[in-house]
Design a protein. Sequence first.
Length: 385
Amino acid sequence: MRENKLYANLKKCVFCAPEIPVLGCYVSKNGVRADPEKISSICSWPTPTSPTELRQWLGLANYLHKYTKDYAGLIQPLSSLLKKDATWLWRPEHQAAFDSVKKSLASAPILMLPDDSKPFHVVCDASDFAIGFALMQFDDEGRERVVSYQSRQMKPAERNYPVHDKELLAMRYALIKFRVYLLGEQTFAVYTDHASLRTAMKSPHLSQRMARWLSFFAEYNFVVHYKPGKNNILADALSRRPDYDPRTVLGRQVIDDEDEDDDYCAVCIASSINLTNVAPEMDLRDEIVAAYADDAVYAGIVAYLRAPSDETLGALSRNTRNQIDRYHLDGDLLCYNIDKFDAPRVVVPNDDDLRARITHEFHDSPMGAHLGREKTFAAVSRDFF
């Protein structure tokens, strides 16, 4: 540090500690484990009574999903309650899913820290309705350890793929998800339980889809190994969660598949976008409401919405009048919809201190998960305007 002129703040240093908190998790010589404070918050959370409360809880649980192999399947019944036209009705299957996520996270394992000096290997599998994959390494004692695991449901079009294409889909998403570890790796192994997959990629008769995927695979240096399902326990279980089966999920949403070749895990992206919803607490809500009076624009909008008349409408600017149908009052709280399909956003007055407080509270809260600047701003903007 002295040679590179780096200086440490002693107040922020920890010495001779068996483990330290880093970015919302705890790191030790044994690996990475979930923050016990976040797990405690999840496990002590009361049963949600509204979509807003469910989103708040899922926002926290979603941050810890990498510690449980079946998270996406467990939350599927809960996600169905958050659909646009869904009626809020908490049923036994929702309570069971709620309790299962708590139990799964409470017993979350310690993930191995990735070691660049050791080779990685990937196990993947596909069922009729889902794919599962895991990034793994062997530790110093020769034990096979999980670095990260993921699973997701298939889109409707993907469920119509031939079996070997489903297996390739699982492999492709695994390489995308673990790209930072695998790209540039000398040689790594991919284990699948579909024997014909080893020769399918060398067939002279390729579909356009497979040709595109082979072009993607060419970026990586890997060897495919056949591993029967009875031995490929982890990936096989990830892909065969009964919760994933569309026949067992009530009111399952049909996903538009216009872009079936998207390079990103649609379920992972959707969950990170839609489940990190933060509602203002009561003291913050009161501060926002009180600040409307000092904002000339929003004070006029609030006055009109409380007492619609030609006089209060005429006091607004022409631009504001053209957009007045996008505003509504939720009690005393002013809300804004970008369009009819947009969820309401809480309008924050032009008060720098108030806006800074909202940003900092979101960033520093357990549900904020200490996101970076751009991600924090994007996340706050989904709930505040």
